[in-house]
Design a protein around this ligand. Structure first.
Ligand code: GUN
Ligand code: ZN
Length: 447
């Protein structure tokens, strides 16, 4: 049994601040102590009340830092790492002009391995410890991703992309090969170490009825794997889906008819959803990955977060970067853009609500709330150390590194989320082990 202890200011969420009061949802310990046992949380409490429990134990202290659960990115594409920030196109043109040619390179396992390794290092550097990840149509790209994630002991969810039409020949499979290859990959990777599998039809445009039907059959055979796809992102896409599936009531119904709408289903975007579709997602306990930097960059539109988080028909929501449609790996930047999307809709998003979406909210969207997402006892100790004074400008905006109260923390956390990026991530821990440390800070003589 290995015990470890960390001292600093801790912020996590014990309930959803969209529905519960700040007092009931935000946990803030300006001087806290986190005790881990074999990489899992044993307890979190005030330093003064717990210090006696760690007599003889060396304590890693982070004065002037804010410690939070690791960020959870509920939608991202590892093969699009290198084509981030591709100019001048909306979704369908962007896919054929930039995305498909890039994804073709992942037929080469060694290349896929190199990018998977770089990608996972970027995630850790940005404080993201768990993600739901698109790979490509090639099974070897799934192997490459899971091998690299396994080496780093990460909790990651991914799956082979299914596409049997409206894509270049070199990127298409068939309904049958999609089914058999996915099944083999589930047997190989699902629940191997901390890894989990997601059946991943790209979107309704690139899958035939038959391919979606077989994906639904596979999901029924393995009900504890995930289903991950795109939904109602762009107006031209929605129009095309209506043409391709004239018998369906709407975009979500295409997936519903195939048995793909359930409590382990995660749909990226949902910018163009109808009221009836929000209602259906709520009933099915499905989740939406809200990807603001992507929705703005690709000109897709402004997601209706207020509708998703309604009292009448609540839908689980996580934040997604959607790299490379999204423009940053940083969940802080993603939260910042989410705030701006709500502003453009005449609404608001508090720092606590945004940081909830990036942590416990993401865990709930991925049905992982019993495993990670906050510092409850027994949970996996993936956490990050944030520097609210990471840049000279941030240091001026946040002159007091440790906010003395929740009210002051609300202001500091908001400024950190608006201005912060990977520079504000001082360290990232995986199961209580240091996995990334900001070397620039160290060179400057920090703790
Ligand atoms: N819809 C289908 N494929 C994609 C993709 O790769 N990125 C985004 N943003 N939307 C999609
Ligand atoms: Zn995407």
């Amino acid at each position: 049994m290995t015990l470890k202890a960390f001292r600093g200011a801790f912020l996590d969420f014990v309930d959803d601040p969209f529905y519960a009061s700040e007092a009931d949802s935000v946990r803030y310990l300006p001087d806290g102590l986190l005790i881990l046992e074999d990489g899992n949380v044993k307890t979190l409490g005030a330093y003064e009340s717990l210090r006696e429990r760690c007599a003889g134990l060396s304590i890693t202290a982070y004065p002037d830092r804010l410690i939070m659960p690791g960020f959870i990115d509920t939608h991202i594409h590892f093969p699009q790492t290198e084509m981030i920030a591709a100019y001048g196109a909306q979704l369908l043109e962007w896919l054929s002009k930039y995305t498909f040619p890039t994804e073709g390179k992942f037929k080469d396992k060694a290349y896929a391995q190199e990018i998977a390794s770089f990608f996972l290092d970027e995630l850790l550097k940005h404080g993201t410890t768990t993600a739901l990840v698109f790979t490509t149509v090639y099974p070897q790209s799934v192997d490459a991703f899971f091998e690299e994630a396994s080496r780093r002991h990460l909790r990651m969810i991914a799956g082979k992309v299914l596409m049997d039409r409206r894509a270049p020949d070199f990127l298409t499979d068939t309904p049958e090969t999609a089914y058999t290859a996915s099944k083999q990959l589930i047997e190989k990777w699902h629940k191997h170490d901390r890894l989990l599998y997601a059946i991943t039809p790209r979107f309704a445009v690139t899958s035939s009825d038959e391919q979606l039907r077989l994906a639904g059959k596979l999901l029924a055979e393995f009900p504890d794997v995930y289903m991950h796809t795109h939904l109602s992102e762009n107006v031209n896409e929605v129009r095309l889906v209506a043409e391709l599936f004239p018998e369906s009531k709407g975009y979500l119904d295409v997936y519903d008819r195939a048995g793909l709408v359930g409590d382990k289903s995660v749909f990226a975007h949902g910018v163009q959803l109808t009221d009836a579709e929000f209602q259906r997602l709520s009933e099915a306990h499905s989740a939406i990955a809200f990807c603001p930097t992507s929705n703005l960059f690709l000109g897709s539109g402004l997601f209706n977060l207020k509708k998703a988080k309604s009292v009448e028909a609540p839908v689980k929501v996580g934040l997604g970067t959607d790299v490379g449609g999204g423009t940053s790996f940083s969940m802080l930047q993603t939260a910042s853009e989410a705030y701006k999307v709500t502003q453009l809709r005449g609404e608001n998003l508090s720092a606590f609500q945004a940081l909830f979406l990036a942590t416990l909210g993401g865990a709930r969207a991925l049905s992982l709330e019993n495993t990670l997402g906050n510092f409850e006892p027994g949970k996996e100790a993936d956490f990050i150390v944030i520097d609210p004074k990471a840049t000279p400008l941030m240091a001026r905006r946040n002159p007091t590194a440790i906010a003395p109260s929740v009210a002051e923390l609300a202001d500091q956390a908001f400024a950190t989320m608006m201005m912060g990026d990977d520079r504000a991530i001082h360290a990232t821990y995986i199961m209580g082990e240091l996995a990334y440390e900001n070397k620039v800070y160290k060179q400057m003589g920090g703790a």
